[in-house]
Structure formats: structure tokens, C-alpha cells
Design a protein around this ligand. Structure first.
Ligand code: AMP
Length: 192
């Protein structure tokens, strides 16, 4: 089963991807995690990614498309995958469509985890206040979140109609508890 989780930063895509991984023996492909791993390795790509992430902007489409294309071709993806953080622009969504069709693969489910901006800002303020400084992500603060939300509405939200037009988009209410969101997603997955 191949799934895309969409939604604003902080909506809980990563948390829900982990549940899907365990429940369906498919792999979470988080482009944010891949970029953070590159950033800690200090590679040239990692240095670029760190600067982009800290500014709340997006990495260039061609780099992200290449990363995902390579990753989807790896053997651990044979059962399927959950895309978490990709696609983030219409260009990425279009490239993904072509890439999957070239590989003879298809999407089974595109789920938007919908959460209001103000709730996300409240959540991040609570989380940052509770977290020891050493464990904080350098892009994890209310100021960067506001920039990332702006980028989400401008560049990522337009991919919702892209999938809606193809009759593929489902929505869950990301303002419910984690358990309730998981249940809603499981119902959608069971219907595939
Ligand atoms: P995330 O962990 O998904 O919130 O991603 C953290 C940061 O990595 C984002 O704010 C972007 O700067 C960058 N990033 C992750 N995925 C993508 C993508 N598909 N396209 C462009 N930039 C990305």
C-alpha cells in the first residue's frame, strides 16, 4: 500500500506515519528526516538543507524529486511506503505521478491531516516550553513555524486540489486526539 500524508507542519504526519509503518509493514519516507540526517553529516547537501530548513523555506524541487525517486527504488519499499513531507509543491506532485507510473507503481491513498494554524502555533509553544534546549530542532520555534505555515499555504496547499481532481483526496480531522486521528486513518486504509 502506498500512502501520502499531507498537512501543515506540526499536524502529526510523522506520528501517524509511524503507526502506519507498524500496522501495515510499510516504510515511512520522511524527506524532513532525510534532510536532517544530511545536515548532521555535514555534507554539502546537508549544509544547504540546514540553511533552508532554519529559514522555513523549501529545498529545490529537482533535489527532492531525485532523493525520493532513489529511495522508492530501494528493496525495503516493496510492500509500500508512506510519504511524509513529500510532495510539497505541485511540481513535486506531478513528478511523483510520472515517477510512479514509470516504476509501475500507484498511490492507494492520499490523506490530508487538517489542522488550523492557530492550534499549530499553540502546540509548538507548549512543546518548546517543555523540551530541554539540547533536544530542540533548530527549526522548531513559533517564528519559523509561522514562516513554514506561510510556505505551506502558498506552495503546498495547491496540491490538495491536484489530488482532489483525481478523486484521491481524503481528509481527517487533525485536531482530534492522536488516537482518534489514527483510528480515522486506519478506517481509510482498511477501505483500500
Ligand atoms: P519536515 O520535517 O517534513 O517538516 O521538513 C523539514 C524541512 O525540510 C522543511 O521545512 C523544508 O525546509 C525541508 N523539506 C522537507 N521535505 C521537503 C520537500 N519535499 N521539498 C522541499 N523541502 C522539504
Amino acid at each position: 500500500m502506498n500512502i501520502i500524508l499531507l498537512g501543515p507542519p506540526g499536524a502529526g504526519k510523522g506520528t501517524q506515519a509511524k503507526f502506519l509503518e507498524d500496522a501495515h509493514a510499510i516504510v515511512q519516507l520522511s524527506t524532513g528526516d532525510m534532510l536532517r540526517a544530511a545536515a548532521s553529516s555535514g555534507s554539502e547537501l546537508g549544509q544547504q538543507a540546514k540553511a533552508v530548513m532554519d529559514a522555513g523555506r523549501l529545498m529545490p524541487d529537482n533535489i527532492m524529486i531525485q532523493i525520493i525517486s532513489d529511495r522508492i527504488g530501494q528493496p525495503d519499499c516493496v510492500n509500500g511506503f508512506i510519504l511524509d513531507g513529500f510532495p510539497r509543491t505541485t511540481a513535486q506532485a506531478e513528478a511523483l505521478e510520472n515517477m510512479l507510473s514509470d516504476k509501475g507503481l500507484k498511490l492507494d491513498l492520499v490523506i490530508e491531516i487538517a489542522v488550523d494554524d492557530e492550534i499549530l502555533v499553540d502546540r509548538i509553544n507548549t512543546r518548546v516550553a517543555q523540551m530541554p534546549e539540547a533536544e530542540r530542532r533548530s527549526d522548531d520555534n513559533a517564528e519559523t513555524l509561522r514562516k513554514r505555515l506561510g510556505v505551506y499555504h502558498e506552495q503546498t496547499a495547491p496540491i490538495l486540489p491536484f489530488y482532489a481532481d483525481r478523486g484521491m483526496l481524503k481528509q481527517v480531522d487533525g485536531m482530534l486526539s492522536i488516537e482518534e486521528v489514527t483510528q480515522q486513518i486506519e478506517q481509510l486504509a482498511a477501505a483500500v
